[in-house]
Design a protein around this ligand. Structure first.
Ligand SMILES: Nc1nc2c(ncn2[C@@H]2O[C@H](COP(=O)(O)OP(=O)(O)OP(=O)(O)O)[C@@H](O)[C@H]2O)c(=O)[nH]1
Ligand SMILES: [Mg+2]
Length: 403
């Protein structure tokens, strides 16, 4: 675990910010955060005081709620000092989709990067209602008692569709949200899943630079979000519940293969025996899958996030797995590989966007798509025409293509 001696100052703020849904997400750092982080508005650090005072010229959309812009240097210093107000605005900056914020977000990220990376990143995924938030609340509170600084982020596929947020309602992380040494960040909203995942990824870096040494990332396992989370964490915990009928609860088998551990939650009261049974079944299933990338074979455990039983043991597994992976070098390799894949992902997304946004492509695409589905033109021919339209002077697009 990261050295606790590195903890920054400025964490004497204890009151909780207003709960409430996260802001529109795209408003950027020129706007006051709506207090959606715990204690986000009560930053006590010096930069927070300075910049929290309000209110520059009206450069935004909601009159009366703007603070003055923060310089890149103030962002860097404030975040590094653990100033919660600046931290919260820095995250808003990197989450912003506004073109105007992009350059500064890059600068801030670049300057924070040397301080980032020193945490254990844990992804918690599972079906809706499995108890992920309750687990994070219980585990996070215990970790804080042990001297850790804990931050919670989310990859929220639902925000893409409904504008809702899995961490928007933090009532299930009440204890953690009230901890001055914890930071609960609601999930970013808006955009496609790739974009939302990018935001969470960069949010993690900012949180690390602020000195949080355990980052817990929650996501509902409903599709691609699990893979997105897996690609940004050191330990991927799959949470399941007993007695939900279907053996794998709609969780695809591929996800089980990604898991560094399975935790069967709600091993208490009436469901305790069923949880134990499910645990042994998942343990068996995992046994037949290859060992996880961290080198240690993945196992299944049972716990109750409600009573706390089994939670310390679960953390012990994560710590031991991480420690072992650090020793063997697998930890660092996994992170490097994630970065490499992430780079390619960003390139793919950006290129595709550029391609689809090209006027000639946009004009041709519907017709050619129809032709391909109707079988009147081959996919290769259609692709070649589109690529030529995209890059008319770009030379041959396919081997043997002479334009
Ligand atoms: N009996 C029991 N109930 C639990 C446990 N953990 C969570 N719950 C309950 O399960 C319900 C869902 O808990 P959450 O923590 O919100 O679950 P979640 O997985 O975060 O849910 P979503 O974010 O909506 O997908 C709540 O009513 C919790 O009180 C547990 O260990 N035992
Ligand atoms: Mg939840």
């Amino acid at each position: 675990m990261a050295d606790q001696g590195e903890r920054p100052e400025g964490e004497e703020n204890t009151r909780r910010g207003d709960t409430g849904l996260p802001g529109a997400g795209d408003e950027g750092p020129g706007h006051e955060d709506t207090g959606s982080e715990n204690a986000g508005r009560e930053g006590a650090g010096s930069v927070g005081k300075k910049v929290g005072v309000l209110a520059g010229p009206g450069d935004g959309r909601r009159a009366g709620t703007h603070r003055r812009a923060i310089s890149t240097r103030e962002f860097t210093e404030g975040v590094s000092a653990g100033d919660r107000t600046v931290l919260s605005r820095a995250i808003t900056l990197v989450e912003s989709n506004a073109a105007a914020h992009f350059a500064q977000a890059r600068e801030v990220l670049a300057s924070l990067l040397p301080r980032a990376g020193r945490s254990l990143r844990v992804g918690v995924t599972g079906p809706p209602g499995a108890g992920k938030s309750t687990f994070i609340d219980t585990l996070g509170t215990r970790l804080i008692a042990r001297g850790h600084r804990v931050a919670v982020a989310a990859v929220d596929p639902s925000s893409t569709i409904s504008g809702g947020s899995i961490l928007g309602d933090k009532t299930r992380m009440e204890r953690l949200a009230n901890e001055p040494r914890a930071f609960v960040r609601p999930s970013p909203s808006g955009g496609i899943l790739g974009g939302v995942a990018r935001k969470t990824r960069e949010t993690i870096l900012v949180l690390e630079a602020a000195g949080y040494d355990v980052i817990l990332v929650e996501t509902v396992g409903v599709g691609q979000s699990e893979t997105a989370v897996h690609s940004m964490v050191d330990f991927f915990l799959l949470m399941l519940i007993p007695g939900a009928g279907d053996e794998l609860q709609g969780i695809k088998r591929g996800i089980l293969e990604l898991a560094d551990a399975v935790l069967v939650n709600k091993a208490d009261g009436d469901t305790r025996a069923a949880a134990e049974l499910a645990r042994s079944q998942y343990d068996m299933a995992l046994h037949y899958l290859r060992p996880s990338e961290t080198g240690a074979p993945a196992r299944a455990y049972a716990a109750s996030s409600l009573t706390g039983e089994g939670i310390d043991e679960c953390w012990a597994v994560m710590e031991a797995t991480a420690a072992h992976a650090r020793e063997t070098g697998a930890f660092e390799r996994r992170r490097r590989e994630q970065e490499r894949q992430w780079m390619h992902q960003l390139i793919r997304e950006r290129m595709e966007e550029d391609f689809r946004g090209h006027p000639a492509v946009a004009a041709l695409l519907p017709e050619l798509e129809r032709g391909v589905t109707e079988g009147t033109i081959s996919a290769t021919e259609a692709a070649m025409r589109l690529l030529r339209a995209y890059r008319p002077a770009g030379g041959p697009m396919f081997p043997g293509d002479d334009g």
